[in-house]
Design a protein around this ligand. Structure first.
Ligand code: ADP
Length: 151
């Protein structure tokens, strides 16, 4: 059976840290679905969703087993629909751990066939966060070294 993992997140924006998790995840899974959580009625994103889909798709154009999708429902339900038995998440620090710990318990409760698999961040990418990139970009700073594509 194909091992399908969902990599859910806001990806606002998708960073080199996220790219690293996806590429390392390919050693574990046959297919990875990058799932951008998106609430169409409450759009509070900084980078438009269409722009991010295009950039992520271009980044992984050479990988037929990496897909990019958007979703607006419970992650556990969305995983079930696509026959994904794994959630892929990255861990940078103890703050990530606290949050990921409770959310992974919740997701397994909602869907017992779903295991969350955590990859520890590569040290050189540990300081990259989407929220900091948004701040730098808002004030006109150069964020290109944090992103796997050109904005
Ligand atoms: P969310 O809104 O669900 O936290 P994010 O887009 O911020 O979504 O992050 C998605 C996943 O990527 C999370 O598991 C997060 O911990 C992980 N992540 C974010 N930045 C990095 C990084 N620099 N290195 C490794 N993992 C990261």
């Amino acid at each position: 059976m194909k091992r399908i993992a969902l990599f859910p997140g806001s990806f606002d924006p998708f960073t080199k840290g996220h790219e690293d998790i996806v590429l390392r995840g390919l050693r574990l899974f046959d297919e990875i679905i990058i799932a951008i959580g998106y609430n169409s009625s409450k759009n509070k994103r900084y980078f438009p969703i269409e722009v991010m889909i295009n950039h992520i798709s271009t980044t992984f154009a050479g990988y037929p087993n990496i897909k990019v999708q958007t979703y607006d429902e419970l992650t556990a339900e969305y995983a079930r629909k696509f026959n994904a038995h794994f959630l892929l998440r990255g861990l940078r620090n103890t703050t990530d751990f606290e949050y990921e710990n409770s959310i992974s318990q919740l997701n397994r409760n909602l869907n017992p066939d779903l295991e969350t698999v955590f990859l520890i961040t590569s040290p050189e990418l540990a300081a990259i966060s989407s929220s900091i990139i948004r701040e730098v970009h808002r004030y006109g700073g150069d964020v290109s070294s944090f992103l796997p594509f050109k904005l």
